[in-house]
Unconditional design. Sequence first.
Length: 120
Amino acid sequence: MSKNRPKSGEEKLGDFKLQVPISASQVEGFKAGQEVKVLLARADGSEAIKSQTVKLDQKGNATASFAFGENPGDTRVVLGPADASDEELLGLQTVTQPVTARQWNNATELKLATIFSSSR
């Protein structure tokens, strides 16, 4: 799902928004309130761009939201333990989802399909 880019006007910080829904509902023994780190990194893994920690609700769902002043280009979303540093998360084998520059074509808002966590 994406929103069309305005045809005129200057883009400001936050003009590009990415929503990342996650679900741990299929993980046996997940706990409501458990925290998960959501990291947005360069597609090649060379650099962490932004990260945030989200808490799972009663159903095991959460959404991370990121804002950018310009199109972030090719990136990937990485999920992992809340206590991992951004650099550690980049080196772990964990759940990832690519976000291509093409997905941003003519859009300023992008909502990914739900990413299902495979472990606690």
